[in-house]
Design a protein around this ligand. Structure first.
Ligand SMILES: [Zn+2]
Length: 182
């Protein structure tokens, strides 16, 4: 961090920069990349009742805040996460927690999307899983082409991939109006 700032020719004696290397290192290790240090958590699950007929469980507008692996610049947006249970449910807030856990590390959006879907598939053994992420990338907006743009990635497993009616229901839900302006 110090080398980067010095390389840019900044005055490290300036009061605004004096503590910046330590401050930035702390926020990178303890917050922005906190997911790297955390142990992969075990999802608490609940068995479904005998008479429950599984249908789609969807959580929309989950905030996504991550940094890209290629430029270490933020990408910010929203995720929709859904599954159709088999014999297990998880607490709805856990869907948000999973997105947060996998977001807190440098990566590419495509792999973040599939990491979330794979984690749910491994831990819930559901009939199917769908994850959609829409995000704007600062590495595109602040450099290179310097345009905003929303990148959409999806990861579909099981019935979300194989059954057209399930896929259509999920896509319709994932495309409802966002509360957050991207
Ligand atoms: Zn990038």
């Amino acid at each position: 961090m110090q080398m980067l700032l010095e390389g840019l020719g900044l005055d490290m004696e300036d009061k605004h920069f004096q503590k910046t290397p330590e401050r930035a290192a702390k926020s990178w290790s303890e917050e922005i990349c906190a997911g790297l240090g955390e142990k992969k958590f075990r999802l608490t699950t609940f068995p479904t009742s005998e008479n429950y007929e599984p249908s789609m469980v969807v959580l929309q507008h989950i905030p996504v805040k991550s940094v890209c692996a290629h430029h270490l610049l933020p990408f910010i947006g929203e995720a929709t996460v859904a599954y159709i249970p088999n014999k297990m449910l998880c607490g709805i807030s856990k869907l948000s927690r999973i997105v947060d856990y996998f977001s807190r590390r440098p990566q590419v959006q495509e792999e973040l999307t599939s990491d979330i879907a794979n984690f749910l598939r491994e831990n819930l053994d559901p009939q199917g899983v769908g994850v959609i992420i829409k995000a704007t990338h600062m590495c595109m907006a602040m450099r290179g082409v310097s345009h905003d743009g929303v990148m959409t990635t999806s990861s579909l497993k099981g019935s979300f991939l194989n059954e057209s009616n399930v896929r259509a229901e999920f896509m319709a839900l994932a495309n409802t109006e966002s509360l957050v302006k991207l």
